[in-house]
Design a protein around this ligand. Structure first.
Ligand code: FUB
Length: 520
């Protein structure tokens, strides 16, 4: 067992000259820990006696490793303004195998600590069972402690309180628990992922199902990460949603999640969907934890914004959550995230980020993300939404992508980064095109640029082409698919740069929406 104090680090900033007194750092930006030493994920707030605790996971995936490698939980805590700190940090709070004899090491997923009806603290922890015949081995264990900081012991040593076979059979992945101890009297547990959400009342022992679980189906786009709370007698269920599409209010690409919520007048529903309150962040997953602290409400979530961050190297951020109390029931206002990655405002010749992008296969299948093309990022081991791609079971011989700028631009070079899961020359799957060319729109027609050399088609590399400068609002890249003469492979690109004679400060995110008639 790793106690709270062992290894606890208070995040301090500058030394006062001469006195060696340490001054608390006042973080100007999110995420809370962002120096790449410790990656924190899945925050679960808890307020006890003037302290705001954030229980978090720890992401230790290597760069390019697409897996939730999460060996232990961490703890952040503050008694100050959460937007300024200081925060204390316990990097090694507790590990699954420290508490649950029936659990394997390595998967300390999104957990939550609540104060139980008996005044003790209960930690609901999704872990993997070491020995089970369950098809999916994830299960929810409960640890108990006299203090929110531990030490923790297994409250149900015979095993998890929820698994695929206990206490009633289910077929879902049993993770992402959220628990509400309502009025210090009744206890409610929700959990689920991959679009399945279950809720149940627990007995006052905090462990035993009281009745059969309900399946919640009315929360639009529910994906995972439920967070249940009560404000002024209304029950709120916040969650990560992934209803995707180019015009979705939630997310353009299905891997990315927005945070949405519903309300109910009783803790087991029925639930009414109330909308999106946080747009997708830089990590594909998004995970809410909401609490009132010192008279203000806060949303804790995670992003990929820390140094060296990624979809599986996430870091916890916190922002104010505001209410619209003029509505009944009160609505959550859209949260505007503060902080974020360090933005480099140096002007650059690549003006792709200023372009509206469209493609021959629009609306692009929701696993891909069209605007990944000009987000300035080429990730190792990309996920589908880190690229634009055209894959279907039957691919056509030709595809294109197009940039449109608001004003004419003078451009002279371009480079594109092809991704594939098949070798060059393949006629299935995704690979580099057989050939490609750049065309600009002028006088009502598409014309080829005058390239100074042959176009290259290297996979997993940038392919650069220089050409005689042209002034245009519209540029497209046309791809002839790789083929064996019978079938065609799809095309995918992680990034497409276009270089102009006049440098510009990059846009943080390219404009959204289809190109207009100026390019037709
Ligand atoms: O951290 C692993 C998983 O990612 C959580 O269970 C989900 O909620 C998502 O945040």
């Amino acid at each position: 067992m790793r106690g709270f104090l062992r290894g606890t680090l208070v995040i301090y900033g500058a030394l006062v000259a001469g006195g060696c007194a340490r001054l608390p750092q006042t973080p100007a930006r999110n995420p809370i820990l962002r120096d790449s030493t410790d990656y924190t994920s899945d925050p679960a707030p808890l307020v006890v006696d003037g302290t705001l605790y954030l229980l978090t996971g720890r992401d230790v995936a290597r760069v390019g490793q697409n897996d939730f490698v999460m060996p232990e939980w961490q703890m952040l805590a503050t008694r100050a303004d959460p937007m300024r700190g200081p925060w204390s940090h316990t990097p090694h709070f507790v590990r699954p195998e420290d508490v649950f004899r029936w659990a394997m090491p390595g998967r300390a997923y999104a957990a939550q600590i609540v104060r139980g009806v008996d005044g003790r603290f209960y930690m609901y922890a999704p872990v993997v069972q070491a020995t089970t015949s369950d098809r999916d081995r994830f299960a929810i264990g409960v640890a108990v402690s006299a203090s929110p900081t531990g030490p923790w012991t297994d409250a149900h040593p015979s095993g998890p309180i929820v698994s695929q076979s206990y206490p009633v059979a289910n077929t879902i992945q049993n993770i992402d628990p959220t628990v509400l101890v309502d009025d210090d009297r009744r206890v409610f547990l929700y959990w689920g992922t991959f679009g399945k959400l279950k809720g149940v009342e627990l007995e006052r022992d905090m462990l035993t199902f009281k009745g059969a679980p309900v399946d919640v189906t009315s929360l639009d786009g529910f994906f995972e990460a439920p967070w249940l709370f009560n404000r002024n007698g209304t029950y709120y269920l916040a969650y990560a949603a992934n209803k995707a599409g180019p015009d979705s209010e939630c997310t353009e690409a299905v891997y990315y999640a927005c945070l949405a919520y519903g309300t109910a007048s009783s803790p087991l529903g029925p639930w009414t969907y109330r909308g999106v309150f946080l747009d997708p962040v830089s990590s594909t997953t998004s995970h809410p934890g909401i609490a009132e602290f010192n008279g203000a409400w806060y949303l804790a979530y995670h992003t990929a914004d820390a140094i060296g961050g990624g979809h599986f190297r996430r870091s916890v951020a916190i922002d104010r959550l505001e209410w619209d109390d003029a509505a009944t029931p009160a609505r959550i206002k859209k949260v505007i995230p503060t902080g974020g990655p360090v933005f480099d405002a140096t002007p650059i010749s690549n003006i792709a980020s200023h372009a509206r992008v469209t493609a021959s296969n629009a609306p692009v299948p929701v696993q891909y993300w069209l605007r990944a093309l000009n987000d300035g990022k080429v990730r190792p081991s990309p996920l589908p939404p880190d690229m634009w791609a055209t894959w279907t079971p039957k691919n056509p011989p030709q595809q294109w992508v197009m940039y449109q700028w608001a004003e004419p631009v003078t451009i002279h070079a371009s480079r594109i980064y092809f991704w594939g899961d098949q070798p060059p020359g393949a006629a299935i799957g995704v690979t580099a095109p057989r050939a490609w060319r750049l065309e600009y729109f002028e006088g009502g027609a598409w014309r080829s640029v005058s390239a100074t050399a042959q176009y290259t088609t290297n996979l997993h590399a940038f392919n650069r082409v220089e050409f005689a400068p042209v002034k245009t609002r519209c540029l497209r890249a046309v791809f002839d698919a790789s083929t064996d003469g019978k079938t065609y492979a799809a095309v995918a690109a992680q990034e497409w740069e276009v270089h102009a004679t006049v440098k510009r400060v990059p846009a943080r995110l390219s404009p959204k929406g289809a190109a207009n008639a100026a390019c037709r």
